[in-house]
Design a protein around this ligand. Structure first.
Ligand code: NAD
Length: 392
């Protein structure tokens, strides 16, 4: 965090959590929070719920739970809502996602059944594999943005929320090149008025959130809030923004293994990753446009960690290859394989093989929870724009 005097407003009242995309990740989060609140389960994987901070010197052997140290909203303060192009309530969507055990879902069903998504702002040009009826209509993208802003105000009033956070948990949109409409807020607003085809639904949600003073986090890899127009709006409205994909499978492994190899100054000649995934996210990613978005974000992660320009002998010639295969029988239970060709002392080659049998949404849900609570903390601390301290 920036080294300056920070005054943090207290976390009083309800924190509304608005989620575009009532699918596997978001229903796993909401059902999980309800289960944890009732003492039925444990928030494993969540930094805010289980992490600890060291106090003083290492030798003093003092530490404190993060949630006791930071003035975070509690799970009891959270109030969920969202949008989807399918009208299913959260309990129905959770059943369809088939991530959680039906016996656990049954115990939290009444709470989940209260949450009905608002109709989505959706454009099949951006997610070609889905078609839904629960969508907003409007003559222009500006009208759609206004309708979202109205939903946000309606949700805030209906549930008596003190503060709100929006986190995008909807499908990965196809890759879209940067256009003139993304460059300035003025051009973006003109684009909304003129239905510019380069403005994605996720950007309309982000625009609506920021205009309403609501922090916005993006859980998918598509280009969303990180465009100059929305960065400028976040600064102007003094609102924090963050995120680019949840790191759960291949990318999670890369962010764990690559720093270790780099710390030992071991070279990497190649990194080949492939996986099978059978949930709706996998189906969406079977579209080449959506996969391209994911591929770009996944390819970037090794470069950021390894800095090949600084270590050309170690990483300058790294061959990095990624595949995602839609394979319905596995559902949300992803299986990933990594082959890493590493290089040691005097150039001798070695290999690492990883076979990761993971559960996509089980790994993503605690990250969403942490982002919600920390984005709210950021706003109460007066932070705005990209929250780099959240890129841990
Ligand atoms: N599952 C994971 O662990 C994981 C990991 C990393 C990233 N992600 C990303 O998180 C996002 C959600 O993943 P998921 O597994 O929950 O997918 P999912 O397909 O189960 O859920 C996404 C939901 O978004 C809805 N949707 C699509 N476009 C929308 C729009 N414009 N407005 C409102 N709703 C819309 C879909 O109808 C669907 O219900 C995806 O972008 C995915 O790539 C997921």
């Amino acid at each position: 965090m920036p080294n300056r005097e920070i005054t943090i407003a207290p976390a009083t009242g309800k924190l509304g959590v608005l989620i575009p995309g009532i699918g596997a990740v978001s229903t796993t989060l909401i059902a999980g929070v309800e289960a944890i609140k009732r003492g039925l389960s444990t928030p494993i994987g969540s930094l805010t719920q289980m992490g600890r901070l060291r106090l003083g010197k290492r030798t003093e052997n003092r530490s404190v739970a993060i949630r006791d140290f930071l003035p975070l909203a509690t799970l009891d303060d959270l109030c969920f809502g969202g949008w989807d192009l399918f009208p299913d309530r959260v309990d129905e969507a959770a059943e369809k996602a088939s991530v959680l055990d039906p016996a656990l879902l049954a115990q939290v069903k009444p709470a989940l059944a209260e949450i009905v998504p608002y109709p989505a702002v959706f454009d099949p040009e951006f997610v070609t594999r889905l078609q839904g009826t629960h969508v907003k209509t409007g003559a222009t993208k500006r009208e759609l943005a206004e309708a979202l802003r109205q939903d946000i105000r309606d949700f805030r009033a209906r549930h008596g929320c003190e503060r709100l956070v929006m986190i995008w948990c909807a499908s990965t949109e196809r890759f879209v090149a940067s256009g003139e409409c993304h460059q300035t807020l003025e051009a973006f607003e003109r684009g909304l008025e003129e239905n510019d085809p380069l403005i994605a639904p996720s950007q309309i949600y982000a625009y609506a959130a920021l205009q309403e003073g609501v922090p916005f986090a993006n859980g998918s890899p598509n280009r969303c809030v990180e465009i100059p127009a929305l960065l400028a709006l976040a600064q102007e409205r003094n609102v924090p923004i963050s995120g680019s994909d949840f790191k759960t499978g291949q990318t999670f492994m890369k962010t764990v293994i690559a720093p270790g190899l780099k710390a030992r100054l071991l070279g990497i000649a190649g990194w080949y990753s492939t996986n099978i995934l059978g949930n709706r996210d996998g189906e969406v990613l079977a579209d080449p446009g959506s996969f391209k978005t994911k591929e770009i974000s996944k390819l970037g992660v090794l470069e950021q960690i390894l800095e090949p320009e600084r270590y050309p002998e170690l990483y300058g010639d790294l061959h990095h290859q990624i595949q995602i295969n839609y394979y319905p029988p596995r559902g949300d239970n992803k299986e990933g394989w990594d082959n890493i060709d590493i290089v040691g002392w005097l150039g001798y080659p070695m290999q690492i093989k990883i076979n990761f049998l993971c559960r996509d949404s089980i790994l993503a849900a605690p990250l969403v929870l942490d982002l919600i609570l920390l984005m709210d903390l950021a706003q109460r601390s007066g932070f705005s724009g990209i929250q780099e301290w959240l890129s841990f």
